[in-house]
Every structure is written in structure tokens, then in C-alpha cells.
Design a protein around this ligand. Structure first.
Ligand SMILES: [Fe+2]
Ligand SMILES: [Fe+2]
Length: 186
């Protein structure tokens, strides 16, 4: 890539390289859950992917960064597929420490991931979790995540949350995720 990428070009790259993930029906769960402020987990993940690409571009890292892995890892970094604000009998008490691994476990069920993607998803909470990412892509994801999360948490939009699809719909989506795949055409 020669010239610096524009915002539109970055969005096009995310749409192109992330299409398998963005179009997956389990992303509906991310669309139904707020992550920070009034930003859903889905929108947060897209933002992290765009910001990670922007940082790689502005730092002239394309010789060292695999763009498709970077985008896919960013889109899946919070693929834990529940609303961490729900109490749910305390199961999400350690969310900050555990959701990187939960996201990886879920992502491996739905997608074929390479080593960069796996490592970057699982370790994106560094330094809150002790093991650092192994690849540059992982550092870009964790940095983009922290910048996006801070912006979203402090945004004035947090006072204007609209209602998202109700919990029963989320529960239905989540239980369909847990059911074994139905084999078609046999
Ligand atoms: Fe996260
Ligand atoms: Fe995140």
C-alpha cells in the first residue's frame, strides 16, 4: 500500500477481509449487547478493527502486519457472546480477566483461525491479563481496543442509550449457538 489510507478505504478493507465474521449470524448477539456507553459489542468490534488498521497504516507497518489476520482478530476480540452487564448469578464476575479466552473458544467453534488471530484474540486484555501478545497484530488490537473503550465509556452518548432487543431474543440466539449444528441435505 502506497499512500495513506482514507477512512472510506479502511472501512472497505474491514468489510472485505472481515465479511465472513461480520455476516455470521452469531454477530446478532453482539448487536443485542451494549459493550461501553451506548455502543454495542458489534459496533465496538468494527471500530477496533478500523482503528487497528489506521494505526498500522500511519505507523507504516504493512511489511510486518498481515492485514486480514489483524482485521479478523479485531472483529473477534470480544466474541464472548453474552451481555457482561447481566448479573447471571455472578458468572461474569471475572469478565475482564476471562473474556479473551471465552472469545477465542467461541471463535474457534465458528471460524478457522490462524495462529496470529488466535493469539491476538486471547491476549487482547494485556496488561490486565499477564501474558503479552506474541504478534504485532495483537499489540495493535489491544491498543485499539483500549483507545476505543476509553472513548466509548466517556462519550456523552452513554446518557442516551436506546433499548436493544430484549433478553429473551438474546437467550434464543445463545441457545441456538449451543445446539449442535443440524446437518442439511442428508
Ligand atoms: Fe475485550
Ligand atoms: Fe473490546
Amino acid at each position: 500500500m502506497g499512500r495513506l489510507l482514507t477512512r472510506t478505504q479502511i472501512q472497505q478493507l474491514v468489510a472485505k477481509h472481515g465479511s465472513e465474521i461480520i455476516e455470521h449470524h452469531h454477530m446478532e448477539i453482539e448487536r443485542c449487547c451494549y459493550q461501553h456507553g451506548n455502543v454495542t459489542t458489534f459496533v465496538h468490534s468494527i471500530r477496533v478493527a478500523c482503528l487497528a488498521v489506521w494505526m498500522a497504516d500511519r505507523a507504516h507497518l504493512w511489511r510486518h502486519v498481515h492485514i486480514k489476520s489483524l482485521i479478523r482478530a479485531a472483529l473477534l476480540h470480544d466474541y464472548f457472546l453474552y451481555d457482561w452487564h447481566d448479573w447471571d448469578n455472578g458468572t461474569h464476575r471475572w469478565h475482564g480477566f476471562t473474556h479473551g479466552h471465552a472469545a477465542l473458544v467461541n471463535a474457534l467453534k465458528d471460524f478457522k483461525l490462524n495462529a496470529i488471530e488466535r493469539d491476538s484474540i486471547e491476549k487482547h486484555m494485556f496488561p490486565m491479563t499477564p501474558i503479552p501478545p506474541r504478534y504485532i497484530e495483537g499489540y495493535l488490537v489491544t491498543l485499539a481496543d483500549k483507545i476505543s473503550a476509553t472513548r466509548e465509556t466517556l462519550s456523552m452518548g452513554r446518557f442516551h442509550k436506546k433499548a436493544l432487543p430484549a433478553k429473551p431474543l438474546r437467550a434464543e440466539l445463545q441457545s441456538s449457538r449451543q445446539r449442535p449444528e443440524i446437518t442439511q441435505g442428508r
